[in-house]
Design a protein around this ligand. Structure first.
Ligand SMILES: Cc1ncc(COP(=O)(O)O)c(C=O)c1O
Length: 365
């Protein structure tokens, strides 16, 4: 007996390990780990989340399969119709669900690489074919190449991430207009939109979320993992065009969003000012980290509108930088792929995390 060839032939996704596992591996206490590898929120959730979790009842009862309470709060806060919102166990679940629902075996999907690995992974898992179109050297989209590929391959989906993971660049108006003019479903992943420039507004003015219902070919994905510090609870949502909703409801797992995640998301929506303060702290630390990285020889940081900074490494292998930092308890991200071989991605932590990272980098380089 054996698993299907599609799975055995597929490259595995490399997930990030939790702090206690990293600490055990290194033989040091967990509180001595500086974890800057997964774009997590160093300030954690709102205190209202802890209270809501402590007061949870009905844990013995299955959650609402339609997440009605959370969806109605989301509808109020983001000013989008309740009927067009679907919640998921993280944005990750929604990416998989969407590909499963839209892509038939052999269908093409366009991916603007380098970018978040799950678009490629879920396309392969669901029998699609990912066409990887490289971005330009400043990580802008290669619009000509995308246009050509759309004409030739007629993709069902184009994934676009804004700000993009791993470089933190936000799509320009010209790029989004171009994408939306194409005859394909545009999946705009706004996982990090709350960290974009305008301080204090949680990305409201930069998001395209309200455009979904006036267009037929736009989906916007959001998550509570980053700005709201709920990565461990797995909760995200998407706003989808009306024509897709019935199929998504049909295909989704019935109880995909658990009661704790739902309650935590509702509590976060009630405490947006508190969470926006944490986002502002992260934005301020992003600027400080960027300046400090600029001063390190061999490191070239890219300007970021997100909660991480991508850096080109010269004069030393980027993989070695990651490995040597890890040996000292500082975890950052390096990717084993050709486009990013010479890069590292550093999540923005607290000021103390920046100080430890910079001290270790200065010793290494
Ligand atoms: C661009 C992007 N989209 C989606 C996700 C996943 O979000 P979630 O934690 O809600 O599954 C991530 C996580 O790192 C991400 O970087």
């Amino acid at each position: 007996m054996k698993a299907g060839k599609r799975i055995t032939d597929m490259a595995a996704y490399t997930p990030i390990e939790p702090v206690n596992i990293l600490a055990t591996r290194l033989g040091i206490p967990a509180n001595q780990i500086t974890k800057l590898d997964a774009n997590e929120n160093p300030y954690g959730p709102s205190p209202l989340v802890r209270q809501a979790l402590a007061e949870l009842d009905s844990i013995n009862i299955y959650p609402d399969p339609e997440s009605r309470v959370l969806r109605s709060r989301l509808s109020e806060v983001y000013d989008v119709p309740f009927e067009n919102i679907l919640t998921g166990s993280g944005a990750d679940e929604l990416i998989d669900l969407l590909v499963r629902v839209v892509v038939e075996p052999g269908d093409r999907v366009i991916n603007c690489v380098p970018t978040f690995g799950m678009y490629d992974f879920d396309t392969a898992l669901n029998f699609g074919v990912c066409l990887n179109i490289p971005r330009r050297s400043n990580f802008s989209l290669d619009m000509k190449a995308i246009e050509k590929a759309v004409k030739k391959e007629q993709p069902g989906i184009i994934f676009a991430c804004s700000p993009n993971n791993p470089d933190g660049r936000r799509l320009t108006g010209e790029e989004t207009d171009f994408l939306l003019s194409l005859p394909a479903l545009i999946v705009l992943d706004e996982a990090y939109i709350e960290f974009t420039q305008q301080n204090g507004d949680l990305g409201v003015n930069n998001s395209l979320i309200r455009q979904v219902t006036v267009r037929d070919n736009l989906i916007v994905l959001r998550t509570f993992s980053k700005w709201a510090g709920l990565a461990g609870l797995r909760i995200g949502f998407g706003v989808f065009p009306t024509w897709l909703m019935d199929s998504l409801w049909k295909a989704k797992q019935p109880y995909n969003v658990n009661v704790a995640a739902s309650a935590a998301a509702c509590a976060s929506l009630q405490d947006r000012d508190y969470l926006a303060d944490n986002v502002s702290k992260i934005q301020a630390e992003r600027s400080r980290l960027y300046q400090k990285l600029l001063a390190i020889p061999g490191i070239t940081p890219f300007p970021s509108q997100s909660n991480f900074i991508l850096c080109k490494v010269d004069g030393k292998s980027a993989r070695d930088v990651k490995t040597e930092l890890a040996a000292k308890g500082v975890f950052i991200r390096h990717y084993e792929n050709a486009l990013l071989r010479d890069y590292i991605r550093i999540s923005v932590g607290r000021p103390g995390d920046t100080d430890i990272l910079i001290r270790q980098l200065e010793e290494l380089l």
